[in-house]
Design a protein around this ligand. Structure first.
Ligand code: DGL
Length: 268
């Protein structure tokens, strides 16, 4: 049955697990095949062509598991590769940018939204363009935070170093009067506490993962391929350091991790 086919989810590393976490919470019967490109992370400083090439390889790999839909759980890949992938696929695919941008556009009261993300996502201007589709009067202030991804991949989620770097990155946003801040990289919800503390409680933090899971559910229901009951199976693949990945995943997912395997992704 097509409903039982897994959903393919991918990211450059562990960040997409924040999206998997939301899918598990909101769509608990869906089977998931996850790929984290741990050998080639970060994507945020790479060119559009490279991110497209990596994303296409990953999609080819995920399709060997007959996935029924794909979630690009990476803002950088959503910004650079989603349209290309969509044009080439005959199964539904969604990214994380549009759902997050629309929530931010609806959440802001003073029409000033901050976006923190990778260099690639900020350079693409994609958050501002989706937010402006909703309301062109909203001012969007973007800030690239390239060191956040390696800090998260290193597991330094609550650490003085992360604190210091966040302080520097967030300073211009603290000095602006934004009332909403998008965590525009799937790694960033893992350091949400630090970001929230520095921005203060008057600033609403938007985690696109939450909204992405809602959009995914809606999409699967529309396509009549939503799996609403039964126990789910989760399979995890990486391009490097599978044990390290497993440990990390076990620490943040609300389920026991079954296994993680390494994949020679260059061969796809
Ligand atoms: N977590 C990804 C994102 O949302 C990629 C981070 C990176 O690899 O630079 O953008």
């Amino acid at each position: 049955m097509l409903k039982d086919a897994p959903i393919g989810v991918f990211d450059s590393g562990v960040g997409g697990l924040t999206v998997v976490r939301e899918i598990i919470r909101q769509l608990p019967s869906e089977n998931i095949v996850y790929f984290g490109d741990t050998a080639r992370v970060p994507y945020g400083s790479k060119s559009r062509d490279t991110v497209i090439q990596f994303s296409r390889q990953i999609v080819r790999f995920l399709r060997t598991y007959d996935v029924k839909a794909i979630v690009v759980a990476c803002n950088t890949a959503s910004a650079y590769a989603l349209d290309t992938l969509k044009a080439q696929l005959d199964i539904p695919i969604i990214g994380v940018v549009r759902p997050g941008a629309l929530v931010a556009a609806r959440a802001t009261r003073n029409k000033k939204v901050g976006v923190i993300a990778t260099e690639g996502t900020i350079k693409s201007g994609i958050y501002a363009s989706v937010i402006h589709e909703h309301d062109p009067a909203i001012k969007v202030l973007g800030k690239a935070c390239p060191l956040f991804v390696p800090l998260v991949e290193e597991g330094l989620l609550e650490d003085a170093v992360t604190d210091e770097i966040a302080r520097r990155y967030l300073k211009p946003l603290q000095e602006s009067d934004i009332d909403t801040l998008v965590l525009g990289c799937t790694h960033y919800p893992l350091i949400r506490k630090t970001i929230g503390r520095l921005m203060g409680e008057d600033v609403t933090l938007v985690n696109p993962a939450y909204e992405t899971a809602i959009s995914l559910k809606r999409l699967l229901q529309e396509e009549n391929i939503y799996r609403s009951e039964g126990e789910a199976r989760y399979r995890f693949f990486v391009s490097d350091a599978e044990e390290r990945f497993s440990q990390f995943a076990n620490s943040i997912l609300p389920v026991d991790l079954v296994w993680t395997r390494m994949v020679p992704i260059d061969e796809y």
